[in-house]
Design a protein around this ligand. Sequence first.
Ligand SMILES: [Zn+2]
Ligand SMILES: [Zn+2]
Length: 890
Amino acid sequence: MMEKQQQSQLQSVYNPKIVEDHWYQFWLENDLFTATENKDKRNNYSIVMPPPNITGSLHIGHALNNTLQDIIIRWKRMQGDNVLWLPGTDHAGIATQNVVEREIAKEGKTRHDLGREEFTKRAWQWREKYGSNILNQLKKMGCSCDWSRLRFTLDEGLSKAVRKVFVTLYQEGLIYRSNYVINWCPRCKTALADIEVEQREENAKLYYVIYPLKESVEETIIVATTRPETMLGDTAIAVNPKDKRYEKYIGKIARLPLVGRELPIVADDYVDPEFGTGAVKITPAHDLNDFELGQRHQLAEINILNDDGTTNQNAGEYMNMTVLECREKVLEDLKDKGYLKKIENYKHSIGHCYRCDTVIEPYLSKQWFVKIKDLAKPAIDAVESNETSFIPKRWSKVYFEWMYNIRDWCISRQLWWGHRIPVWYCKDCGEMMVRMEDPSECSNCHSKNIVQDKDVLDTWFSSALWPFSTLGWPEKTPDLENFYPTSLLVTGFDIIFFWVARMMMMGIKFRGDIPFEKVFINPLIKDIEGKKMSKSKGNVIDPLLMIDQYGADALRMTLAALTIQANYIRLSKDKIETFRNFTNKIWNVSRFSLTHLEEFNPKEVKEENLQFSLFDEWILNQLNQTIKKVSDSLQNFKFSDAAMAIYEFTWNYFCDWYVELIKETLYRKDSSPEKETAQYVLWFVLDNILRLLHPFMPFITEEIWQKIPHQELSISISGWPEYKKEKAKKNLEEKVSTIQEVIKTIRNIKAEMNIPLTKGIDVFIKVVDSSKGKLIKEHLSFIKNLAHVQSVEVSESMKKPECAATGVLEDIEIFVPLKGVIDLDAEVHRLEKKLLKIEKDMILINKKLNNTDFIQKAPDKIIKKEREKIKEQTDIRDRIQKNLKALKSI
Ligand SMILES: [Zn+2]
Ligand SMILES: [Zn+2]
């Protein structure tokens, strides 16, 4: 007996630390997360995880993104689907390269000292050591990924996919090499994607420079620029064709000050007549817009920078300077020679390297590109026709905006860590070879003197293939057959273009089908005041710390409860604490339930023997409705609605009322149909609550569920509760609410009159309608138990007894005689004292609120709080006054 008790009972306090690790291990040992090779595709449900960087550490954004995926995955798994949640990591080119560079910097070395091969080796070593950190953190969160299918973007298979895509696109003329102006970090010596450039508004200067015309030096055209040193690379001046001021200059030639180069004056719509003087200098090698304008007007491209950001021979006498040195010298000379008209203060955004904060230089170089327009077309169509749909719907607009204005994609990066571009050049005959397999000699002249392209591919290139490369492509695999297209992608709005759009294009191109049916865009988390979380502001919430403090379930449930379909949500520690309290509530109600289910075996219950009370029927009906609400909400990705529905049912219906209502029955010693029914309903509802909660709070639900009577190995495969439409009942709510209101009113009278809740009292109830009277009489025992009442009399002709406190409901009056129950004089005295104090407080607050100085200076939040306080105090004062009046009338 003792043994059995120990087994079936829960620890007195919930300890997430022990429970969480234990059950995660159990799930792994029993292979519960592994998808099977299933011939029947209809039953399959798949998600590929947005691969975190191997340099990553779990932040609150990951926590949210993965919680939402796990909720859907666990929910589908419980429904019996063959579920695949494929995890993996991204090699994160520049991020990893920088981390490894910092490591070797500790030895006083640079990557150039090690050489490419040794450096790459070190990067792999780093990855072996630290690259799985973030995955272990996901396990802490309870993520039920199929770890047997773990992938890494630099895996052999995925690398093969990358090559296959590159070679195919090249052969079809969709990959080409060309000059291009890129974001160049002179410190990291690499091109950066736009997303990797941090734009910051800075105070700068706008310089007005005089360019004389070739025909007559008297005539000049003035241009404004923030980067005067780039004039050394100028090859034209441009004006807007509609700008009347400059009509006469179009087609003429200007002379570049200090250098003397001839510059054509061209007309182009790109020029903004409002900026500066309306005439701009054009430097195709050092500005992307100038580069594109240059292409339209066949302008020369003069690159004046080395790859370390210093000036090269094209800068003439300004060679071998840093950009800033060069700027100073050029300005000095312009001033001396009378070419500098004026200088204005000017605010504009300057790009910085997101890794090392160096100022980005737009830089002309040979890069590889994907010709994108033809790939974009079917990817646009797929979203327009709803083959792939965004949730919330509005995000498809962002997608379309990007896709309609798409530019060719620069895919080469000057890094060592990543997929090296599969192109070889013959040093003898200049032949270029694009190959699946590394060639050993030149295909043209058979020379062995060949070299591979130095660059690697943009990390987004391999992640664009993620939904099918992870399933085995280019091989024909059962996984690809079973799980592509995937069912759902959950990601953030900041990478709709960089990632989602590119997966769409590549999936359709190489698999002939969309990569995912639905894209849920999860909100971004801000702090409670709506500010972005950042280390410098000190308002970051660390999910691992939260798990340590409150448990993974509390964190997950909080994140789910906050996830409305908005752009931003606000998180605070307080909110996580609220849901930690919820875990404790579930724990305690389960402990109570278990003590009453020890001898209970649901299999022995014969349904025809059960005698459902009004409250049994009511809680079962509420449960049925909750199942519908949670299921429907998850179906529509309304995570907050789903989480709150089960939260409210558990707390407000089950714990606060139902369990209280059946306590007396459960405590009965002898078995009876009522007791058996109460046990049955208790078990049934608790079991359903745990299963509804499991996707949100996997650990605590497994721990408790294992202790209540159950069939399956784990709650995670125990089946999802089913809504039974035919069992939905109306009218129950009204009846139960009448009884609840009576109980609440009696409790309130007790509280207000300072009568201890457990003190038995007499109650008289006057009803208007006889059916209500009947209802109350039938449930007297519940009222007596929950409101601690000795006797209750109910009638339509009830007169108010002497010396009684009164509570009024819609068509019911409740009287509680006070004589002999409380010391009337002492109570009057107590209330008068309390009243005095409240009135004093109110005067103080009102003084504050009438003080104009305070109103002007205090934050709105504080003022609002004070106003709320006044309202609250007024309510309490009114109630005390009413009670005093009642007492004094006695
Ligand atoms: Zn950098
Ligand atoms: Zn050759």
